[in-house]
Design a protein. Structure first.
Length: 581
């Protein structure tokens, strides 16, 4: 008997399936592995956003210019993807590689999205260890599981993997093509030491480097590097030096064992010098320092580490013997400029203390420093070595008003540098704190503030915020854009002469990078605390932003701005593009 002939409809279905397989195959083949060579040469891939700060230099600048000052007013929403309503909003910076967006939300929930339409390609929800109850810090999590209560600020790509840190202090590696977990490595016992990892890791050569929280606890900060392919620990740098190590003499007694110094954000890397740059956090206890007399290295510092070993090459301490909670874990922007008639490899960091710090990144030499807020009373200025002068410190048992407060003149909402305009764009908040120091019993891994700091307005009587354009070397302000509420989201600048920012009311907006004029605005419905980016797919430029304020931060500001409760919820990524012609 002859074989039965397939019907025309079956043939069409078969051809359709074959075509779909071919298309999928092309798409998979088009997505190249993100290697170290690609990360090192990320400037040559303007369509992608491969590193937390887009490149190792941490400019947060996209050279794309299809969207520009002439047409940004026509920008429209292309798509929106909801990660779910969670307590801590959406604080991360997405990454984009070859048309795929990777984003992480609160509770360590990771998504891969089609960057053209927001369609989910895969998702991974991390499950912390059973009965995990983070011991650290100042926040409580009533009525919420730990998996919902804590934020995460970003992921990293490399070796075909997607890396992120967890609420229970693990580093996890996923297969970037399908979200399958490949390995997880424990950094520290979060139950015992009160730490977690919520900053984006940094992939350098064959290692992935992470830091942890815990600076407000009786805890010893660290940076740890793992083999990117296997998860095996390669090196560990303890931010507070132990006995026999240089800098140990800056700690009194056994205070070095619990001195804080958490490196809770993301560093930078110079391939030519082969140095990793990372900012470190405050000393503990935060406001009372009598038990730890000395400079307390390497807290509130910028450290340069050798990439292969984690050995320290140089350091610069921004706030010796910190007693204000003036962390320095923020971005290290690597700029090359001419200083005094000769080219210099510089590192610029906007410090929580209200000062901008400019260093020679080859050796840590202090080059310049200038303040970026008006209300700065904790010191009278920096001397020629960058050391704060005439310090005004918290007093034991007595309230003292000092500016800025413990939240700083600015926090993790990163600045952006445009090599096109040559300007540094940064946020400043004008507010003060009522500090009171007191001795507090030390419990390893538990919150250890050593006093209190209450937010109060500056002498003008009103808390204000501004976004400024500065000459990065001299601090000369080119323009200032004032805002109604403290800005808490990162910035991005573009080759289209634009600066994008988001505010607590839910407005995502664009300014003219040369003048500060507002050119476009879009209400997303929830406040902004994450990092916007720009990317392109198939020649079409997009600008994307996380939206999601989070009730915990709104609660901290409730006394000043109770109306912000209305925009606290939500966790959504919005992408914008120009209308089709």
């Amino acid at each position: 008997m002859s074989a039965m002939k397939p019907s025309p409809s079956r043939i069409r279905r078969a051809l359709g399936c074959l075509l779909a397989l071919l298309v999928c195959g092309v798409a998979v083949n088009a997505a190249r592995e993100v290697t170290f060579d690609r990360l090192r040469a990320a400037d040559g891939e303007p369509e992608n956003w491969l590193v937390y700060g887009r490149t190792y230099r941490s400019f947060r600048y996209s050279p794309l210019d299809q969207i520009n000052t002439a047409n940004v007013h026509t920008l429209k929403a292309a798509w929106a993807f909801q990660l779910g309503v969670v307590d801590n909003g959406l604080q991360s910076t997405p990454l984009v590689a070859d048309g795929v967006m990777y984003v992480i939300g609160s509770g360590n929930r990771v998504f891969a999205l089609d960057a053209t339409d927001g369609h989910p390609l895969w998702r991974y929800f991390y499950e912390p260890r059973k009965a995990e109850t983070p011991a650290s810090t100042t926040a409580s999590v009533p009525a919420l599981g730990v998996e919902q209560a804590y934020r995460n600020r970003g992921v990293a790509l490399g070796h075909g993997h997607l890396y992120f840190g967890t609420v229970d202090s693990f580093v996890v590696a996923l297969d970037a093509t399908n979200g399958k977990e490949l390995w997880r490595a424990n950094v520290e016992d979060s139950q015992k030491f009160g730490c977690r990892i919520d900053g984006a890791p940094l992939v350098v050569k064959d290692v992935v480097v992470v830091g942890s929280t815990g600076g407000d606890a009786a805890h010893r900060g660290h940076l740890v590097a793992f083999d990117g392919r296997t998860g095996q620990q390669r090196w560990r740098f303890n931010i507070i030096p132990g006995p026999g190590e240089k800098g140990h003499e800056t700690w009194e007694g056994d205070s070095w064992q619990y001195g804080g110094g958490a490196a809770w954000m993301t560093g930078s890397y110079d391939p030519e010098l082969d140095l990793i740059y990372w900012g470190t956090g405050n000393a503990s206890s935060d406001f009372y320092g009598d038990h730890r007399k000395g400079d307390n290295l390497y807290t509130a510092s910028i450290v340069a580490l050798k990439a292969a070993t984690g050995e320290i090459a140089w350091h610069f301490q921004t706030v010796p013997h910190d007693v204000w909670d003036y962390d320095s874990p923020y971005e290290c922007i690597l700029i090359d400029l001419t200083v005094g008639g000769r080219p210099r490899k510089l590192l610029i960091q906007p410090n929580k203390s209200g000062y901008m710090i400019v260093l020679d990144r080859s050796n840590g030499e202090f080059v310049a420093g200038w303040k970026y807020v008006e209300n700065l009373t904790w010191s009278s200025g920096l001397d020629g070595r960058g050391v704060p002068q005439n310090r005004r410190e918290p007093v034991v048992g007595k309230s003292t008003v000092i500016c800025p407060n413990l939240y700083g003149a600015r926090s993790f909402n990163q600045a952006t540098f445009s090599p096109k305009t040559g300007l540094l764009y940064n946020i400043g908040i004008e507010w003060c704190g009522e500090f009171t120091a007191r001795a507090q019993e030390r419990v390893p891994g538990r919150a250890w503030l050593g006093g209190t700091s209450r937010i109060v307005p500056p002498p003008s009587g009103k808390v204000t915020s501004h976004l400024d354009a500065f000459d990065p070397l001299t601090g000369r302000r080119v323009w200032r854009y004032d805002t109604k509420y403290p800005l808490a989201a990162a910035l991005v600048s573009t080759g289209g002469d634009l600066v994008f920012a988001g505010d607590p009311e839910g407005n995502f907006f664009a300014l003219n990078a040369a003048t500060g004029q507002k050119l476009w605005n879009f209400p997303t419905g929830s406040g902004h605390r994450g990092g916007p980016i720009s990317y392109a797919v198939n020649g079409k430029q997009y600008v994307a932003t996380p939206s999601g304020w989070g009730s915990s931060f709104a609660g901290q500001l409730a006394g000043l701005f109770p109306e912000l409760e209305a925009v606290q919820r939500g966790a959504t990524v919005f992408a914008f593009t120009l209308p089709d012609r």
